[in-house]
Design a protein around this ligand. Structure first.
Ligand SMILES: Nc1ncnc2c1ncn2[C@@H]1O[C@H](COP(=O)(O)OP(=O)(O)O)[C@@H](O)[C@H]1O
Ligand SMILES: Cc1ncc(COP(=O)(O)O)c(N)n1
Length: 267
């Protein structure tokens, strides 16, 4: 069995972060492992608090995995602290995993800061150049290039600018634009638009986490990057469509609907 590792924050309510990633890996038939970089007290209504795990402990978790188990793909999600980002970058440079999917998590859907302001530069300088693909949403892409982005043309230009910061490829996600959600991939030469189908449901807690870990799971399974993204888009649509009626706020996606179809929200 192929393996994938998520380096991210824990979401106590299970909809985003490490928990979404591990559920996604399992649904892709991949053995999931985790390095917890931060713990959030969070539910479907918002984030109450964040506590970072020490950089030393993050480094030890990474060593424990790579010195024992082959890792076929890595996904990086929420890492809020500058020193933690630097340790992760150093360790990944040492262990050289084949695929790194970087989801540059900055702010939760509910509006809580998940990246400290002073850590942005470390994210850009240390982690971006290691990424096989970086998957910013509109806001994150805007923060990376210090410009706001409001249409497909600006998404294309943002992808190109972020590409020049060092990752192999850039996927700017368009879920927050009106209309059908299109994500744009730039590989240094051409743009490819991945057009999706908008699912009108409230179950979008953790969609970015799910998309990036689905891409990592597909890469671990040997798919090309473009196929990995296509399959991940179809996966995210299914998990939103069949979202679970859990919590009072923005509900989680459903990773189990194919096994337990009766769990889907029917509205
Ligand atoms: N309502 C929706 N229906 C279908 N796909 C969606 C919907 N919302 C987001 N997506 C897709 O889910 C993924 C996550 O996108 P986005 O919401 O832009 O990022 P984030 O969750 O990081 O804010 C993207 O592939 C996007 O196109
Ligand atoms: C631990 C953790 N990681 C990532 C997100 C982003 O997910 P969302 O954009 O759905 O709030 C989150 N809320 N919590």
């Amino acid at each position: 069995m192929k393996t994938a590792l998520t380096i991210a924050g824990s979401d106590s309510s299970g909809g985003a972060g490490i928990q979404a990633d591990l559920k996604t890996f399992s649904a892709h038939g991949v053995y999931g492992m985790s390095v917890i970089a931060a713990v959030t007290a969070q539910n479907t209504q918002g984030v109450l608090d964040v506590e970072d795990i020490s950089p030393d402990m993050i480094g030890k978790q990474i060593d424990a995995i790579f010195t024992d188990i082959p890792v076929h793909a890595v996904k990086i999600g929420m890492v809020s602290d500058e020193a933690s980002i630097k340790v992760i970058a150093e360790k990944l440079q040492t262990y050289q995993p084949e695929h790194i999917v970087l989801d540059p998590v900055m702010v939760s859907k509910s509006g809580y800061d998940l990246l400290k302001a002073e850590a942005k530069q470390a994210l850009i300088e240390a982690l971006l150049p290691l990424a096989t693909v970086i998957t910013p949403n509109l806001k994150e892409a805007g923060v990376l290039i210090d410009q706001s982005i409001s249409d497909l043309e600006e998404m294309e230009q943002a992808a190109k600018q972020i590409y020049h910061m060092g990752p192999e490829t850039v996927l700017v996600k368009g879920g927050h634009l009106e209309g059908e959600p299109a994500d744009i991939l730039f590989d240094g030469k051409t743009w490819r638009h991945f057009k999706g189908k908008r699912i009108h449901k409230n179950n979008t807690h953790g969609t970015g986490c799910t998309l990036s870990s689905a891409i990592a799971g597909n890469l671990a399974n040997g798919h090309s990057l473009e196929d990995a993204i296509l399959k991940a888009k179809s996966y995210i649509e299914g998990t939103i469509e069949h979202g679970l009626a859990i919590g009072k706020g923005v509900g989680p996606t459903n990773h189990l609907y194919q096994w337990f179809p009766e769990t889907s929200v029917t509205d």
